[in-house]
Design a protein around this ligand. Structure first.
Ligand code: SAM
Length: 289
């Protein structure tokens, strides 16, 4: 269907289906015609040309991004929580036979199973205009579960994009910046204004792409690494010594010794530490436990 970003057309489809937007489900649909082709191009970029491409989309809405993905991929599986949108998608994407829509909450799905069953032998990427209320849990689920996916290309709130793609050691970096870098190379691709959506959200957005890679450091215990990252940023204005000893409930002298073993200055701030520093602290902590 050609005119899925046309406001008159969208209103017509939605009113015929008696659909009203749900704020709780983060329903801001794209109406800027230039955004979805760019997102879909970015999503499949990097997949070898001789490979079959499978795309997992989260929250297809009325199918505006799905439509672009279907033209570039061999198969698209779209997971939509709002069952009122299923008959809408049946209508807007009727011409495609390489689409499956699953009515489910993305956070509840066994994605290893889904990918094995739906995309056997394909190169798989994820693409979505994410519902903003679940940005972090969705991204962490996609990364932590170590899924066989090549990349994640998603629209998120501008502030989240800046945090997720911040360079370590800069003011914008946070616990999620460090955690994300463990799994992937993040890249902010382009900004999208609030007026590109219906209804318009209060904030601007940006499209980011996460290219997955093997973990870039090798801590003895991954869980301890994430505990250390979280604990270091818990009180980011404090020194890493103070923030970690209070969040891990460790005696200050013991924490000082751990930092010394890890080769990390006790008065450093979390945002200045590299992933290797966090990994060294985690290993030193493991040795004392
Ligand atoms: N892709 C469409 C677009 O760009 O216009 C819609 C994007 S809208 C920001 C987010 C979509 O995610 C909505 O269709 C919403 O119903 C769906 N959604 C919200 N929570 C979800 C969840 N937990 N699992 C799957 N889909 C969800």
């Amino acid at each position: 269907m050609e005119r899925l970003t046309d406001i008159g057309n969208i209103r017509d489809i939605l009113s015929r289906h008696g659909f009203t937007f749900s704020k709780a489900l983060g329903q801001n649909f794209l109406i800027n015609p230039s955004v979805c082709p760019r997102m879909a191009d970015a999503a499949v970029q990097g997949v070898p040309t001789d490979a079959s491409v499978g795309v997992l989309e989260i929250g297809p809405g009325i199918g505006v991004l799905t439509n672009e993905l279907l033209q570039r991929a061999d198969r698209v599986v779209a997971v939509e929580l709002d069952k009122r949108l299923l008959p809408v998608l049946d209508e807007t994407l009727a011409e495609y036979d390489n689409l499956k829509v699953i009515n489910a909450d993305i956070l509840d799905l066994d994605l290893h199973k889904l990918i094995a069953e739906e995309f056997g032998g394909m190169d798989v990427v994820v693409c979505a205009n994410l519902p903003y209320y679940i940005t972090s849990p969705v991204i962490m689920k996609l990364l932590e579960e170590k899924l066989p996916i090549r990349s994640v290309t998603v629209m998120v709130q501008k502030e989240a994009a800046v945090r997720l793609c911040a360079e370590p050691g800069t003011r914008d970096s946070s616990a999620i910046t460090a955690a994300v870098r463990y799994y992937c190379d993040p890249e902010l691709l382009f900004h999208v204004s609030a007026g590109s959506f219906m209804p318009a959200p209060k904030v601007d957005s940006a499209v980011i792409r996460l290219q997955l890679h093997e973990p870039s450091v090798h801590p003895k215990n991954e869980k301890t690494l994430f505990k250390v990252i979280k604990g270091s940023f818990a009180q980011r204005r404090k020194t890493v010594l103070n923030s970690l000893s209070s969040s891990l409930s460790l005696d200050k002298q013991k924490m000082r010794d751990i930092l010394e073993t890890a080769g990390v200055q006790e008065n450093a701030r979390a945002e200045r530490l590299t992933l290797q520093d966090f990994s060294n602290i985690a290993d030193a902590l493991e040795e004392t436990e």
